[in-house]
Design a protein around this ligand. Sequence first.
Ligand code: FPP
Length: 252
Amino acid sequence: MSEADIQPAAQAVAFEVPRHVAIIMDGNGRWASARGLPRVEGHRRGVEALRRTIRAAGEIGIQVITIFSFSAENWSRPPSEVHELMSLLRRFIRNDLAELHKSNVRVRIVGEREGLEPDIGRLLSEAEELTRANTGLTLVVAFNYGARQEIARAARRIAAEVERGTLHAADITTETVGRFLDAPDLPDPDLIIRTSGEQRLSNFLLWQSAYSELVFVPTYWPDFDRAALEAAIREYQQRERRFGGLVAKTGS
Ligand code: FPP
């Protein structure tokens, strides 16, 4: 490696729009509490923030946006809140799917489908089916999703192939594991945004985030908008991405 191989920082910065942005939409409850409102009101306003963000992502030229809409651990919330989150998903798909389809958005779902209420499972499948051929923004809805659970699912699928004799254990590489995840064809997220000031991944995309840039913003999710998304992208653009090497690379 000669000195010429190490690009100066000015060239190394990732100026382009991140191809894949993933968002941990946090702070709905605190947004509501701060206003003396029930937590569910925060989730309802969170759906509006989601609509704004999907529209902005498409306009900005992001190719893939992944949203953490219900985690595998969210079942431990009070039944009334779980019920409300399920109802919001139902309403979101029933009310917004036609519009998303018209806007050429492709909907993908990651997470565990087993054990969901049958109508929810059907709605998720319908959203994927209807939008399968769309070529615009890909909206990945992480629903009943946990990253450790996703990696365990991949391990089970790999083990089944080994049992069938279609895969040799010695041939399993990181690329193999990636192929057995829930959405293996999608690029890893370039940028992961978490709102509400919390600074952790909370079992979100643990495999795929190996080289993601993490941006934590203080805004509660219901207040998130295009300006907040653009500010997070600007912060991403200041980062040097080296992927473990010395030469900085741009995001995609
Ligand atoms: C975190 O806020 C947010 C969630 C657990 C769910 C995110 C859901 C939405 C934005 C609305 C629903 C969208 C769909 C598509 C179903 P929190 O409740 O953990 O907030 P807190 O940390 O302030 O309590």
